[in-house]
Design a binder for this molecule. Sequence first.
Ligand SMILES: C[S@@+](CC[C@H](N)C(=O)[O-])C[C@H]1O[C@@H](n2cnc3c(N)ncnc32)[C@H](O)[C@@H]1O
Length: 359
Amino acid sequence: MAPRGRKQKREEYRAQLDQQNEEGLTELPRKKFYRQRAHANPFSDHNLKYPVNPEEMDWSTHYPAFLDEGEELHLQSEIPTTPTSDEQLSKPESKVVRPQKMRKQVEVADIGCGFGGLLFSLSPVLPDTLLLGMEIRVQVTDYVTDKIRAMRKQDATGNSYQNISCLRANAMKFLPNFFRKAQLSKMFFCFPDPHFKAKKHKQRIVSATLNSEYAYVLRPGGVVYTITDVKDLHEWMVQHFEAHAAFERVGAEEQEADPCVAIMRSDTEEGKKVERVKGDKYVALFRRVEDPEEPGYQGLGCEGGCEHAVCEEYGCDWMHEHLACAHPAGEGSVGAKGVSETSVTEAPASVEVSASVEE
Ligand SMILES: C[S@@+](CC[C@H](N)C(=O)[O-])C[C@H]1O[C@@H](n2cnc3c(N)ncnc32)[C@H](O)[C@@H]1O
C-alpha cells in the first residue's frame, strides 16, 4: 500500500479535530498540519469569496457573541450567497441571505495575520473591539480559525477570544468590499512579505495606490502600525506613507507609549523568530489625518458671497474656486462682488465648470 501523503494526513487530522470539537473537546490545533508554502502571489486568482459590498458581509459566524439583541445565530455561509456561476443562477432556490445585525463592527484589521499571534495577544487588551485577521493562505487561515474556536471553548467564562476572528482574503484587492469608509481605527502590517527584488516591489503590500485604500477604510485619527526586520522595506513603507497626503508619521515618544507596539514586537510569530536570531525590528506608525476641505468650499457659500452652500442650479454641493453660484436672485449670481474675471465675463464657462465638477 502507498504511504499516506501529507494532504491525506492533514485531512485525517482535521476530520479528527472536527469530531473532537463536536464532542466538546478543545484540543488546540497543531501547526504542522497547517503548513503552507511561504509566499502566495497576491495577483493570482485564488478563488476567494468576498462580499459585493460591506453591507452584504455577514459577520455573525465570526463574532456570535456580538450579535445584536434579538438576533439568533443562523449557521448560514459567512459570506453571502451571491450567485457566481450559471449553475447557481439557474437554481430557483439560490437567494441572497441578508446579513444578521451586529452590536459592533470590526475596527481593527491585522493584514497578513499569519498564524495569528498578534490577534490572540490583542484580544484581552482591546476586549470591546472586534479585531479581524486577513490572511491569503488557506491553511494558515484555517489554523487561526481552529485555534480561535478551541481557545473560546477552553475559556470557562465564555467571554475570552470572542472579539477576534480571521478570514481568508487578499487584502491587496478586496478591502473596500469588507469595510466601509472610515470604519477602521487601527491597521497592522506586521512583517509583511519583503519582495526583495526590484521587479517584485509591485507585490509589496504598501504602495501609493494601496495607501489610498487604507486611507479610505481608516477613520481620521486612526493608526497604521508597521514592523519589519528588513531595513529596505521599512524605508520603503516610511517613504510611501510620508509621501501620502492622508498620513503623518507618529512621533517616537507616542509610538513607544502605545501598548500595541510592544505586543507587535514580541507576540507576532515573525517577531519571535527575529528575536531568536537577535535581528533588528524596525517600527513605524502613521496617523490618518483629516481630509482637507474641498477646494473653494467656504462652508458658508459660494465665492461670490451668497449664502447658498449648495449650488441650486447645477446641484453640486460645493462651490468651485472662481465659480459663482448661479442662484438667480443671490448676491453670488454671475456678476456679483468677488466673482472672478473669468466667471464675470464668460458666464457660460461656469456652466462648463460645474458640469465637470459633477463628473
Ligand atoms: C511574513 S508573514 C507575517 C505573518 C504575521 N503578520 C507575523 O508577523 O507573524 C506575511 C503574511 O502575509 C500574508 N499575505 C501576503 N500577502 C497578502 C495579501 N495580499 N492579503 C492577505 N495576506 C497576505 C502571507 O500569506 C503571510 O502569512
